[in-house]
Design a protein around this ligand. Structure first.
Ligand SMILES: NC(=O)c1ccc[n+]([C@@H]2O[C@H](COP(=O)([O-])OP(=O)(O)OC[C@H]3O[C@@H](n4cnc5c(N)ncnc54)[C@H](O)[C@@H]3O)[C@@H](O)[C@H]2O)c1
Ligand SMILES: O=C(O)CC[C@@H](O)C(=O)O
Length: 394
């Protein structure tokens, strides 16, 4: 029986993936092997020794202490692309709210409760509507910072709306580059993008390198009156600099974000939403299902898909064999030392795989017969081995 502890509200569709005969799943589980969560911050959480893997039902993993977990051999997964469409659609709402007097217009209409005559109301609205006029998106330029799962979908949508699209992504993967429409014009640096775009939308992960990416200095390049959209993370934008730029004559025209802060409230030039970019039934289901499937595949077979700290590994189970997996510091000689323990104990290795990522390596070995506890203890003692698992015959 595997145990999975959940944090946050996880879509029922995802929870239903776990066969009840083999999994105990819930928010009050002790000694879990797996953790399934959304935005809950794990930085201050003491994880039990039993935890082998953490699955983030979502894209951003800045709520997880990755470095620490990697050292402990804990595999962390996310669900790339599973909520990208939801974010893309909210970015569309953000673009429209930033270009037309929708919110102020609605607010004005709602303030007219003192009027009881429809004709009188109609006359007044016709006279006042010029105050809520806007600009069309068609023909204007959108700058997309970060062209991964969300950024590429946003770029495609903007092209379909008749916008020009410029993009900046110094770490673009080959896979993401293939997805990208050829009409997206590549910018060499952030400054060039900021000086060209009427609308700038951020779709980068919150990393050390992206913290405060939009700051006092970078905002000097912004096109006067441009609208900045942040549906990525709060840490990527320095809000004090945004307020300063909004207050300046030649600065930002509007800030539209999913991450409100006290200093952003009660401003007509800020539209702030309560982190609802991925809050659709479809996105929550997609993320929960993908996260649950990845957790189960790892717990049952040791295979790793969509990890953010371990290499991708997928080895079919050799029939009738027992599976041993181990992770180790990525230094030479560890695999050889492990294999010599099998040789010394006459354990036949039928199939094996060894992959590394950064400072960590991960190995799967299918062996003919279940090694005894003494052999497993010997494996655990090998220098630089972080953890060892024995998976029963499939
Ligand atoms: N508002 C929400 O509810 C919500 C929902 C989903 C994702 N997000 C946020 O959006 C982020 C992006 O999601 P995604 O699914 O597109 O991720 P992704 O990994 O597919 O794409 C991120 C892209 O950013 C690029 N990048 C990294 N550093 C960069 C930099 N300094 N400048 C420009 N580009 C850079 C990467 O190369 C990658 O192509 C997530 O990490 C998460 O923080 C927010
Ligand atoms: O789980 C959520 O509601 C938000 C998820 C989103 O911020 C993400 O990074 O995928």
């Amino acid at each position: 029986m595997f145990k999975v502890k959940t944090f946050n509200q996880i879509s029922v569709k995802g929870l239903e993936r776990f066969p009840r005969a083999e999994y105990e799943v819930g928010s009050d589980i002790n000694h879990p092997e797996g953790i399934l969560l959304r935005s809950h911050k794990l930085h201050n959480e003491v994880l039990p020794e039993s935890v082998l893997c953490v699955a983030r039902a979502g894209a951003g993993v800045n709520n997880i202490p990755l470095e620490d977990y990697t050292k402990r051999g804990i595999v962390v997964f996310n669900t790339p692309g599973a909520n990208a469409n939801a974010v893309k659609e909210l970015v569309l709402a953000g673009l429209l709210l930033g270009s037309r007097g929708v919110l102020t217009g609605i607010e004005y209409v709602q303030s007219l409760t003192h009027l009881k005559d429809a004709a009188e109301m109609g006359k007044l609205l016709e006279a006042e509507k010029k105050r809520f006029a806007g600009k069309e998106l068609y023909g204007s330029t959108l700058g997309v910072v970060g062209l991964g799962a969300i950024g590429s979908m946003v770029a495609e949508m903007a092209l379909a709306l008749g916008m020009k699209v410029v993009g900046y992504d110094p770490a673009l993967s080959v896979e993401a580059a293939w997805r990208l429409p050829s009409r997206v014009e590549r910018m060499e640096n952030l400054q060039s993008l900021l000086s060209r775009a009427d609308y700038v939308t951020l779709h980068v992960p919150a990393l050390e390198a992206t913290t405060g990416l939009i700051n006092h200095d970078t905002l000097k390049s912004i096109k006067p009156g441009a609208r900045l959209l942040n549906f990525a993370r709060d840490a990527i934008v320095d809000s004090t600099s945004v307020v300063e730029s909004l207050n300046a004559d030649q600065g930002l025209g509007m800030y539209i974000c999913d991450f409100p802060e006290p200093q952003l409230l009660e401003r007509k030039d800020v539209i702030a939403m309560p982190h609802i970019g991925a809050s659709t039934a479809e996105a929550e289901e997609n993320c929960a299902i993908m996260a649950a499937d990845q957790l189960m595949e790892f717990l049952q077979n040791g295979n790793i898909k969509n990890s953010v700290n371990f290499p991708a590994v997928n080895m079919p189970r050799a029939e009738g064999c027992c599976r041993i997996t181990f992770s180790n510091d990525n230094v030479s000689g560890v695999l050889g030392n492990v294999l010599s323990i099998f040789t010394d104990n006459n354990v036949n290795v039928v199939d094996m795989m060894n992959k590394s990522r950064g400072d960590v390596a991960y190995n799967i070995l299918d062996v003919e017969a279940m090694p005894n506890d003494t052999i497993i203890d010997q494996l655990r003692q090998v220098e630089h081995v972080i953890n060892v698992r024995v998976l029963a015959e499939a």
